[in-house]
Ligand binder design. Structure first.
Ligand SMILES: Cc1cc2nc3c(=O)[nH]c(=O)nc-3n(C[C@H](O)[C@H](O)[C@H](O)COP(=O)(O)O)c2cc1C
Length: 265
């Protein structure tokens, strides 16, 4: 099993997050042969913030000024049977360099290519913030196509207590088993209502940015996605799909008629 790890910790594989990831890899290795490649988001030289040129959307990802810096990470994600995305919780969110990593791949929201590929999400914290950090990470990678097969958020200081440690070890065993099963089955989960709305919103994005460049539109046309209900030929459930179509219609009308309201919370 080829496992790709993206770790967003300044302490690399030696910190609390890296140690937890290593424990997971060791668990998986007791079940199957693994080949692991690790990318540290801190080492990627992606710059302080995405420059926002939108070249990746309009001219293709190779036109990004940071494309070369991200090439290794791109290759790692393309090759992995299983991805592990891991971050410390920083101020109730992912670390800044993990956020920067996610921003680099914003074009994958327009041109996703990882459907059917499982991922595991890991966070460590002193005590709180896993829900926001892992929730965000899960949302982001779902847009790229990955589906999350397991999540684990661990409070580092708690590991000194045998009771907590043993629950973490149980969770690691269960995650490892789920990961091995997911890769072995190769099964893509049935898309949820939220997924199906996401598909339709991505299509709206691509349709509304047609004049900006041909890249997104060509990608969608080549895959027949303008006429589809989902990115792959996995079974699309009827009722959620009808709901998604209704939501799409409302969003489309709101955009066309200018009736969309600014967000007020
Ligand atoms: C800048 C910064 C912000 C942090 N914010 C939080 C936080 O919001 N919640 C929390 O429980 N721990 C927080 N922590 C603690 C780390 O999440 C925790 O120590 C983590 O396990 C460190 O992982 P690492 O060794 O891989 O860097 C923060 C640490 C730093 C350095």
């Amino acid at each position: 099993m080829r496992i790709g790890v993206v770790i967003g910790s300044g302490n690399g594989m030696d910190g609390a997050t890296g140690t937890l990831v290593q424990s997971l890899l060791d668990e998986v290795a007791t079940r199957t042969e693994i080949e692991v490649a690790v990318v540290h988001t801190d080492d990627l030289d992606l710059g302080p913030s995405c420059p926002g040129c939108l070249n990746c959307m309009t001219a293709g990802e190779d036109a990004c000024p940071r494309a070369a810096a991200a090439a290794g990470a791109t290759a790692l994600m393309d090759a992995a049977d299983l991805m592990v995305f891991a971050t410390p919780v920083h101020s109730f969110h992912v670390s800044a360099s993990m956020k920067r990593f996610v921003d680099h791949y914003a074009y994958l929201i327009h041109r996703p290519r990882h459907h059917g590929r499982p991922a595991i999400l890991i966070s460590t914290a002193a005590g709180a913030g896993h829900d926001a950090a892992l929730g965000y990470l899960g949302e982001a990678i779902r847009r790229w196509g990955f589906h999350t097969v397991g999540r684990l958020g661990v409070n580092g200081p708690g590991l000194a207590k045998p009771g907590y440690r043993s629950k973490v070890d149980d969770a690691l065993r269960s995650l490892a088993a789920d990961a091995v099963d997911a890769v072995a089955s190769g099964a893509e989960p049935t898309p949820t209502t939220k997924d199906l709305i996401g598909f339709r919103v991505a299509r709206l994005l691509v349709q509304s940015s047609r004049e900006d460049g041909p890249v997104d539109e060509q990608y969608w046309r080549e895959r027949g996605w303008f006429e589809a209900d989902w990115f792959t030929d996995v079974r699309v459930p009827a009722l959620p799909n009808r709901l998604a179509a209704l939501v799409e219609g409302r969003i489309r009308r709101a955009i066309e008629q200018g009736t969309a309201k600014p967000y007020r919370g």
